[in-house]
Design a protein around this ligand. Structure first.
Ligand code: GLC
Length: 377
């Protein structure tokens, strides 16, 4: 009898142990699943909330006019696009975008001391408000500048202008909330040298880090900008391993890394390149996969958010390949908790780059299937 009781006790103890193990397995399964968005840190969750975005390219970033103008809007029309209007930005929002990047070139709008022309600042502010009024996330930057050349000879003047210009921008927008994001530089690189479209030289990469540091410190000093998200970029905003490995992340809780990745180049940019791209062909997908893995390994895994602030592919009468490319690209990025902004240069007529997917005159997206792919994740 006693023996039977003991055996019974043993069996129920065993069952209890089994139940505990099963319970533990059930409880821990979600933890070991692919990281869900709630498992991500606050900064990466922020970029995920922004979603994929759209670039208002070749508008406020136009330059080359030289001195003098009759209307401040003369600049944004320089490369064939119409004046930016609230109706255009409303249409971008209506199409499903919550985020927009507004590239801006400043060098033609400053005096010799770096003071920004107030009419230009007002116009920038007006365009920013078109998007902010739509409750969109807005990235503004310094784009085609002649003062971000990363070399020993130029760094003194560059750091002066970086702090001078970013201080004025930070002051102007000091009471804007986290919907407004500043990106220090677009593709800071050795323009006109053999290193322009590479990962740069070790000296240039080091100087880009210094420029990022000056940018972050300048903005943080202006009240109202203590917690604003700031985008820093590696040399040339390049996704190349040498460039991303060299990037120093400032000790700051609200930093995002911005990358440009138009890969594979022959398909995305080259009018005489290939018009074909297939998600079933390893040689077409390999470069994209590698970039996403690298960005994950060097940043996302360490809790540092990444936005691909520019990607896209030109129109070469190959809509279905472009659509397939876009779908694959944004999905690969999303699997790695990265969002992407399409580069749109607008005017198609007589232009050599044809990234435009939105007709700024009619306010229509020209390729609904490509738009759907872009917003599919
Ligand atoms: C770069 C340039 C932009 C260009 C784009 C695609 O970001 O800033 O002007 O059109 O890449 O080539």
């Amino acid at each position: 009898m006693i023996k039977k009781m003991k055996t019974n006790q043993k069996t129920s103890w065993k069952w209890m142990q089994y139940s505990i193990v099963i319970l533990l397995v059930i409880i821990t399964i979600p933890v070991f699943k692919c990281p869900s968005e709630s498992a991500l840190n606050e900064s990466i969750r922020f970029t995920m909330k922004m979603g994929n975005g759209w670039n208002l390219g070749n508008s406020l970033d136009c330059h080359g006019k030289g001195s003098g103008y009759s209307e401040i809007t003369d600049f944004e029309r320089l490369w064939g696009n119409p004046i930016v209007s609230k109706a255009q930005i409303d249409a971008i929002k209506k199409a499903g975008f919550s985020s927009i990047r507004i590239p801006i070139t400043w060098y033609e709008h400053i005096d010799e001391k770096g003071n920004i022309d107030q009419l230009w600042m007002d116009r920038v502010n007006e365009v920013v408000d078109y998007a902010i009024d739509n409750k969109m996330y807005v990235i503004i930057n310094t784009h085609h500048e002649n003062w971000t050349f990363p070399s020993k000879d130029t760094r003194k003047q560059s750091t002066y202008l970086i702090s001078k210009i970013w201080k004025q921008i930070a002051e102007r927008f000091s009471n804007y909330d986290s919907h407004l994001i500043f990106e220090g530089f677009n593709e800071p690189r050795l323009i006109g040298t053999e290193y322009e479209w590479t990962a740069g030289t070790s000296e240039a990469r080091k100087i880009v880090n210094e420029y990022n540091k000056v940018f972050v410190e300048t903005v943080r000093k202006v009240s109202g900008n203590e917690k604003r998200y700031l985008i820093i970029t590696p040399y040339g905003s390049a996704a190349d391993l040498d460039a991303i490995k060299a990037l120093i992340i400032p000790k700051d809780s609200h930093i995002i890394v911005g990358i440009h990745a138009y890969k594979p180049y022959g398909f995305t940019h080259d009018q005489n390149g290939t018009t074909n791209w297939s998600s079933r062909d390893k040689k077409d997908t390999a470069e994209i996969d590698t970039i996403m893995q690298n960005l994950n390994q060097y940043f996302i895994k360490k809790g540092i958010p990444v936005i691909i602030t520019e990607f896209g592919c030109i129109d070469n009468d190959n809509l279905s390949d472009r659509t397939e490319y876009t779908k694959y690209y944004v999905s690969a990025a999303r699997e790695n908790n990265i969002v992407c902004f399409w580069w749109d240069d607008g005017a198609k007529i007589g232009k050599k780059e044809k990234f435009g997917i939105f007709d700024r005159n009619t306010q229509q997206f020209i390729y609904p299937e490509l738009l759907k792919a872009l917003l599919s994740v």
